[in-house]
Design a protein around this ligand. Structure first.
Ligand code: KIV
Length: 266
C-alpha cells in the first residue's frame, strides 16, 4: 500500500488542504515528483502526445499504459498511483474489469476512466472487486472526435446541470475521485461542494480539492507550441527541474496556482 491512500485524500478534502497531482511516465520523474511532495502520480494517456508524439491520446494501448505504470511504480516513494484506461479498453464491462486488473497488476492503486453517468455500473463492479476509480469528466480527450475539438465543457445551463447530476451519481455509485478538465471555474466549485469524494481540476479553477498538470506542460516543454491557458510554466524563476516541481507543490498548497487567468468562465 502507498503512504498516500484514498483515505489520506479524503482527509485532505475534509481539512480543506489542496491535493497535488502530476503526470509521471517513468521512474526518475516519479521519484523527483515524490521528493517534491507530489501526493498523486498519474500515468496519463497524455503519454501518447508528450512521449510518443501523436496528435491525440487515441493510439495509446493498454500495453503502453502497463509499461509506464510499472516504470513509475519503481520510482515511486509513497505517492498514490493512478493509471489511465486508454481509448476503447473499457468498451464492455468485461473489458473494463480485465483492463483495470492489468493496470493494477502493473502497480496502479487506482484507475482513471473517461466518461459520465454511464460509468456508474462499471464503477460499482470495480469497487466491489477492490479497484478504486477516478472518473475523468468535462473535456474528455478520448472523445475529441465527438466533441469536435479540445473545448471547454459545461458552459450552457443544460450542460452544467448534466455535469453536476453525473458527478453526484458517480459519487453515489462509489467512485473514489473525480477529475474535471476544462470546465468553468464556478461550475467546478459547485461540483466540488456537491460530492464527498476529492475533485481534482485541470483548467477548472482554484476551488477544486486539488490540481493536476501534465509534467511536460508545467516544465515548459511543448511539441506543438500550443500552450493551453490553464498551464503555468513552473521552470520560470527556477534553475532546476526539482525546483520547478517544488514550486508547483508550494503554489498549489498555498492556493496561488491556479490564478484566475488559468480558469474559464461560463
Ligand atoms: O492523460 C492525462 O495526462 C490526463 C491529464 C489531462 C490530467 O488525463
Amino acid at each position: 500500500m502507498p503512504d498516500v491512500t484514498v483515505s489520506t485524500l479524503l482527509k485532505l478534502k475534509q481539512k480543506g488542504e489542496k491535493i497535488t497531482m502530476l503526470t509521471a511516465y517513468d521512474a526518475t520523474f516519479a521519484q523527483a515528483a515524490c521528493e517534491a511532495g507530489v501526493e498523486v502520480l498519474l500515468i496519463g494517456d497524455s503519454l501518447g502526445m508528450v512521449l510518443q508524439g501523436h496528435d491525440s491520446t487515441l493510439p495509446v494501448t493498454l500495453a503502453d499504459m502497463a509499461y509506464h505504470t510499472a516504470s513509475v511504480k519503481r520510482g515511486n516513494q509513497g505517492a498514490l498511483i493512478i493509471a489511465d484506461l486508454p481509448f476503447m479498453t473499457n468498451a464492455t464491462l468485461e473489458q473494463t474489469l480485465s483492463s483495470s486488473a492489468e493496470l493494477m497488476r502493473a502497480g496502479a492503486h487506482m484507475v482513471k476512466i473517461e466518461g459520465a453517468a454511464w460509468l456508474a455500473e462499471p464503477i460499482r463492479q470495480l469497487a466491489d472487486r477492490g479497484v478504486p476509480v477516478c472518473v475523468h469528466m468535462g473535456l474528455t480527450p478520448q472523445a475529441v472526435n465527438v466533441l469536435g475539438g479540445y473545448k471547454v465543457q459545461g458552459r450552457s445551463d443544460t450542460a452544467a446541470r448534466q455535469l453536476r447530476a453525473d458527478a453526484m451519481a458517480l459519487d453515489q455509485a462509489g467512485a473514489a475521485m473525480i477529475l474535471l478538465e476544462c470546465v468553468p471555474s464556478e461550475l467546478a466549485a459547485e461540483i466540488t461542494q456537491s460530492v464527498k469524494i476529492p475533485v481534482i481540476g485541470i483548467g477548472a479553477g482554484s476551488d477544486t480539492d486539488g490540481q493536476v498538470l501534465v509534467l511536460h506542460d508545467m516544465l515548459g516543454l511543448s511539441l506543438s507550441g500550443r500552450v493551453p491557458r490553464f498551464v503555468k510554466n513552473f521552470m520560470e524563476g527556477q534553475n532546476s527541474i526539482k525546483g520547478a516541481l517544488a514550486a508547483y507543490v508550494h503554489e498549489v498548497k498555498n492556493r496561488s496556482f491556479p490564478a484566475a487567468e488559468h480558469g474559464f468562465s461560463a
